[in-house]
Design a protein around this ligand. Structure first.
Ligand code: HSE
Length: 399
């Protein structure tokens, strides 16, 4: 009998208990072995929950119980989640997690500790909610070099942007709805300021390059400045505004950033709406592969957590395949200034001249004009933005 402990009984933690219980018969049949949830660690009590009797407030109950071999960490935040993960790995326990903050910040060290102790540290649920993406990248794209990853990586912001575009909803109302549906982080700044997407893109970038960037160091812009004028102009062009995490590896150098982007209709990411996430991976042998599915929410994310638990139980008698990452140094990084793409400048429709911008296509509404250019780098884009001065409403990178 495999004994499992759950750390954190919030949205994903309770979902994990639910998936493990609801689908116990088929999971055990597929595994050919039985499991049991022995503990749930939380500060709170849950007297009305069917899992209430499993709650402990003492981490040491789990750490010191030799029967517990799989720990699912879904506490969120860095501390004590990192400390508990480290202690469990050092005690020879396998750990699975949905905690992208911990993976993106401490992934190098935790993967190394897991390797040293002959256990697994798996984090499928940390990127893309319920979408199988990490294991397929590691296993099924193993024969490839990955050049680029672009993704809609945050369900909450995609839900908000979709509601703004399709219902003309205000940012605040759409955020409240996303919170009600259990998609948002405890502090919604992590979603709307792009921090959550930054953590996820550095994890994907590390899978592509073996180098883990500091998520706090990558250029990150969220969705709080996006206006209904911008989304309307986008629609006039047949584009959608999406929050995109982008990473690329060129000549051994790595670049990753998060920003809102204009996504043309021809790009499949333009059609990913609501809480769904989409991750487009360009690799040198397979070409372009897209991963798509529910990017947040209780049961989808729990499904990914349980996939890792199943992986651990199914492979418990084999040597773990180590994930080996290194911290990215300055020498590994590509400068953002050189990043080239098409741009869309959105300026006030004040009757003034638009000659300052080398636009290939201009579309105007009552309020604003959208000017679509050829590819230019960041330095050039900034210079054009300065020329427009007060008339500039916003400028977008085009995907
Ligand atoms: N708050 C996150 C999101 C949860 O909205 O995508 C899933 O990581």
């Amino acid at each position: 009998m495999i004994q499992i402990a759950i750390l954190g009984f919030g949205v994903v933690g309770s979902g994990t208990a639910e998936v493990l219980t609801e689908n116990k018969a088929i999971i055990e049949e597929r595994l050919g072995c039985e499991y049991n949830i022995k503990y749930i660690l939380d500060l709170r009590d849950f007297p009305d929950s069917p899992f209430g009797s499993l709650v402990t407030h003492k981490f040491d109950d789990i750490l010191n119980d030799p029967e517990v071999s799989v720990v699912a960490e879904m506490m969120g935040g860095s501390h004590p989640a990192y400390d508990f993960t480290k202690a469990c790995l050092e005690a020879g326990k396998n750990v699975v997690t949905s905690n992208k903050e911990v993976v993106s910040t401490f992934g190098v060290e935790l993967c190394e500790i897991a390797r040293e102790h002959g256990v697994r540290y798996l984090f499928e649920a940390s990127v893309g909610g319920g979408i199988p993406v990490i294991r397929p990248i590691i296993n099924d794209l193993a024969s490839n070099q990955i050049g680029k990853v672009s993704g809609i990586l945050n369900g909450t912001t995609n839900y908000i942007l979709t509601s703004m575009r399709d219902q003309g909803a205000s940012f605040e109302d759409a955020l409240k709805e996303a919170q009600k549906l259990g998609y948002a982080e405890a502090n919604p700044s992590a979603d709307v300021d792009g921090i959550d997407a930054a953590r996820k893109i550095v994890i994907l970038a590390a899978l592509a390059s073996g180098k883990l960037l500091d998520p706090k160091s990558i250029p990150t812009e969220g969705i709080t400045k996006i206006t209904l004028t911008d989304t309307k102009i986008a629609q006039e062009f047949g584009y959608s505004v999406k929050l995109i995490g982008h990473a690329e590896v060129k000549d051994g150098k790595l670049l990753a950033f998060v920003s809102p982007r204009m996504v043309p209709a021809a790009n499949p990411l333009s059609r990913i709406d609501g809480v769904f996430n989409g991750i487009l991976v360009s690799a040198n042998m397979v070409g372009d592969v897209m991963f798509y599915g529910p990017g947040a929410g209780k049961l989808p994310t729990a499904s990914a957590v349980v996939a890792d638990i199943i992986d651990i139980i199914a492979n418990r008698n084999t040597e773990p395949k180590a994930i080996v990452w290194e911290e990215a140094t300055d020498a590994d990084k590509m400068a953002m200034d050189a990043y080239e793409c098409r741009r869309m400048f959105i300026v006030k429709n004040d009757g003034g001249t638009l000659d300052a911008i080398p636009a290939k296509q201009i579309i105007s509404t009552d309020d604003a004009c959208g000017l679509l250019t050829d590819a230019m780098n960041e330095t050039e884009a900034k210079a054009y933005a300065e020329k427009l001065g007060d008339r500039l409403l916003s400028v977008y990178r085009v995907l």
